[in-house]
Every structure is written in C-alpha cells, then in structure tokens.
Design a protein around this ligand. Structure first.
Ligand code: SF4
Ligand code: SF4
Length: 172
C-alpha cells in the first residue's frame, strides 16, 4: 500500500465499521461450515495488497502484549535485565496483559521500520492475527472490529472475507 493515506483510510474505516462489525458478529456465531478456507484466501489476498512497511500504524497507535519469553529475549538484546526492561518500558494492565507503557512503540525507527524486527514480540509477528485458530472467538470478542479503524490490512481483510462469505456460504 504505497503512500498510504491514513486520514483517508480512517474515513473509510469509520464509515464501514458498523456493517463490518455486524458481519463479524455473525461470523463469530455461525454454525455453518466453510469459513476457515475463506479466511485463508482473504488473508493471502490482503497481503498482496497491503504493505505494512508503508503503514506502521499499529506500532504508532497500539501496543503489543508481551509474553515472559518476549521480555527475556528483548531485554537481553538491549542489554537490560528483564526487571530493568519491564520497569523502563512496560506495564501490567488490569486484565493481566503486559504492554508498552507508551505509544508509539519505543522500537519504531525511521522509515516505519521496527528496529528489533527479527526478535519482535510474538504478538507483533502475528498481528493482525487473521488466521488464528480461535478466529471465531476473537470475532465475537470484537478484536477485529476494534482493529478495523486502526489497521488498514484489517479493513481490507474483513471486506474481502465478507464478500467471500456472501458469495460462497450465503446467509450466515
Ligand atoms: S516491537 Fe517493532 S513491530 Fe512491535 S510494535 Fe514495536 S516497532 Fe512495532
Ligand atoms: S498490521 Fe495493519 S496497522 Fe500494522 S503496519 Fe500492517 S497494515 Fe498497518
């Protein structure tokens, strides 16, 4: 997605969010078979269109959640103990998630590039998590609905999935 216009993306995302949220809610509850292969197709097609390196909006506006393994690996990389790293950059939220204290992410470098790309948190590596095994649960939990206005790839993906479901599964 060269020269991604975030303002334009947001405008479109807010306009389409309500309808796509309804679709995601139904997708999360559907008992019909056939959703999984359509998710894989929509995921592939999305990444043919969207280039994260021209965006980095998630690194600017959101925070990853860290596993203990992430903290161990990344703190060692920056020459701090896990405790020192936690104190300097992280916080534990009420729901137990460990996240960055601040946005944009402290590892976001010039040209929208992650400066620890090879060892970034697993959550970053998997984001926006379209092909998760618990896709339906996440859809019900409104994970993708929340991300529609934050992540251009999520908007593209959910639009594609909605069209595929309508074409191949009909009413869900
Ligand atoms: S660690 Fe890297 S990929 Fe993850 S939020 Fe920070 S800059 Fe982005
Ligand atoms: S995952 Fe979404 S928000 Fe993050 S860089 Fe890619 S398109 Fe942008």
């Amino acid at each position: 997605m060269a020269n991604l216009d975030i303002a334009k993306f947001k405008q479109k995302a807010y306009k389409k969010k309500k309808g796509l949220a309804t679709f995601l809610r139904k997708a999360g509850k559907t008992k019909k078979r056939g959703l999984a292969p359509l998710i894989v197709e929509a995921d592939k097609e999305t990444w043919n269109e969207v280039a994260c390196l021209d965006c980095a909006n998630c690194c600017k506006k959101m925070t990853p959640t860290y596993t203990p393994t992430d903290i161990k690996r990344i703190s060692a990389h920056v020459g701090l103990s896990a405790e020192e790293y936690f104190k300097k950059y992280l916080e534990k939220r009420k729901d137990g998630d460990v996240t960055n204290k601040k946005t944009p992410c402290h590892f976001l470098g010039k040209d929208h590039k992650c400066t620890i790309y090879a060892i970034r948190p697993a959550d970053c590596a998997g984001f926006p998590h379209f092909t998760r095994k618990d896709f339906k649960y996440q859809a019900e939990q409104k994970t993708y609905t929340t991300n529609i206005t934050l992540c251009p790839a999520t908007l593209v993906f959910v639009e594609k999935l909605e069209a595929k479901v309508a074409g191949k599964m009909g009413k869900i």
